[in-house]
Design a protein around this ligand. Structure first.
Ligand code: S3P
Length: 446
């Protein structure tokens, strides 16, 4: 089951609460988990993964890869074993591939299927069915794949052999970059992606680890990524670090709930992902990195986060790509800061699991925050450290629009409010962070 039944909404009121204390560990990184399964499914032999995120999005990837011939088994919590089919070995799926809520599964798997001689139908939930797929169907069509449309449900017919291309990304998107590189894996010759704005680089790091011939150059300030196709991937043993995007909710909660002193263990801090922590420090947040180390080829540390007086800033749009999923919870931090926080250059937030500028501006206003929504960002005047009023009895609930990050961000806001925050549906949280509510309840109960 990956699609949400709209009749099964789970409303909840969050907070107010006491401080967040103790030590917590967040689940494995979602981006790395998807890629571990996909690359393992293309290697010949057994790939072993520990720390895999067992959220609905990653499970949608697993189910689709099984439907295309890979053997994927769970051995224990977070421990998975994958027997791949080899690059070029994906089989025709017999039924539509249900991507649930997951844009990453959809776009990366479309890339893989593009250079295989298969026809695959992609379906998803109401949120995913609104999201733009033209950004991947366009370059994949140049490689020879055919598509029935630019939103789900759609049918893709791959081409083998496909045609290698050189493609400059028109939007800063790791999913589009990855889709083209993955199509290039099974395409003779060299496929090149030019990335004017660097985005998360897990695909590049991991494909190299699996033995693909992939190299990166800097040309006139742009990243130019080449992959030589018809690669052979070697199976790997992968330890997935904790997800910085999941840790973000707890970091902000600890910063804004008075008296908090929380350590979040094993947080991945790849520089293409860690922008939020830089911005929170610029707001005055106390975030210490302890025991910095490498896990699975990625920089990792434990984060000690203490309640802090925050001050609003203008967020440099150049940092947006390295914290693209963290803006909803940054807006919550800004709502509790002294003074004004201004964000811009965030048009991409309008095409995430929901329109996150509209959804967060409506949600924070409902909780009593002062927010102005602009075309490409929010302007927030904070409370100066005072709790938010919270949602009013009879005033309606925060609308999450099938977006896990709106639900979790507003859960955090509820903990820093006087009356608590009513959220209309917590069920989307299971797409990326099934343990979220239990961890939050545990951290505030000590
Ligand atoms: C992801 C890339 C980002 C991010 C998403 C995961 C990935 O999407 O928002 O949650 O794993 O490649 P875009 O490529 O659309 O920016």
């Amino acid at each position: 089951m990956t699609s949400h039944d709209p009749n099964a909404a789970r409303p909840r009121r969050f907070g107010p609460s006491g401080p967040l204390n103790g030590r917590i560990r967040v689940p494995g990184d979602k981006s790395i988990s998807h890629r571990s399964l996909m690359f393992g499914a293309l290697a010949v032999g057994e790939t072993r993964v520990t720390g895999l995120l067992e959220g609905e999005d990653v499970m949608a990837t697993a189910a689709a890869l099984r439907a295309m011939g890979a053997t994927i088994e769970r051995e224990a919590e977070g421990e998975w074993r994958i027997h791949g089919v080899g690059v070029g070995g994906l089989l025709q799926p017999e039924a539509p591939l249900d991507m649930g809520n997951s844009g990453t599964s959809t776009r990366l798997l479309m890339g893989l299927a593009a250079s295989h001689p298969i026809t695959a139908q992609f379906i998803g939930d109401a949120s995913l069915s609104k999201r733009p797929m033209g950004r991947v169907t366009e370059p994949l069509s140049l490689m020879g794949a055919e598509f029935s449309g630019i939103t789900l449900p759609l049918t893709e017919r791959g081409l083998c052999p496909a045609v290698p291309i050189t493609y400059r990304l028109p939007v800063a998107s790791a999913q589009v970059k990855s889709a083209v590189l993955l199509a290039g894996l099974n395409t003779a010759g060299i496929t090149t992606v030019i990335e004017p704005v660097p985005t998360r680089d897990h695909t590049e790091r991991m494909l190299k680890g699996f033995g693909a011939e992939l190299w990166v150059e800097q040309v006139d300030g742009e990243r130019v990524i080449h992959i030589r196709g018809e690669a052979d991937l070697r199976p790997q043993t992968i330890e997935v670090p904790g997800d910085p995007s999941s840790a973000a909710f707890f970091a902000v909660a600890a910063l804004i709930v008075p008296g908090s002193d929380l350590t979040i263990e094993n947080v991945g801090l790849n520089p293409t992902r860690a922008g939020l922590y830089q911005v929170l420090r610029a707001l005055g947040g106390s975030i210490e990195e302890l025991d910095a180390r490498q896990v699975g080829g990625e920089p990792v540390a434990d984060l000690r986060v203490r309640h802090s007086a925050l001050t609003g800033i203008e967020v440099d749009p150049a940092i947006a790509a390295s914290m693209i999923d963290e803006f909803p919870v940054l807006f919550v931090a800004a709502a509790l800061a002294h003074g004004r926080t201004v964000t811009r250059g965030l048009g991409e937030l309008r095409v995430k699991e929901s329109d996150r500028l509209a959804a967060m501006s409506a949600a924070l206003r409902l909780a009593g925050a002062q927010v102005e929504e602009r075309e490409d960002g929010l302007v927030i005047d904070g409370t100066g450290g005072e709790p938010l009023p919270g949602t009013k009895t009879g005033g309606g609930k925060v609308a999450t629009h099938l977006d896990h990050r709106i639900a979790m961000s507003m859960a955090v806001a509820g903990h820093a409010s006087r009356a608590g925050v009513d959220v209309d549906d917590t069920s989307p949280i299971a797409t990326s962070f099934p343990q979220f509510e239990a961890l939050l309840d545990g951290a505030t109960a000590q």
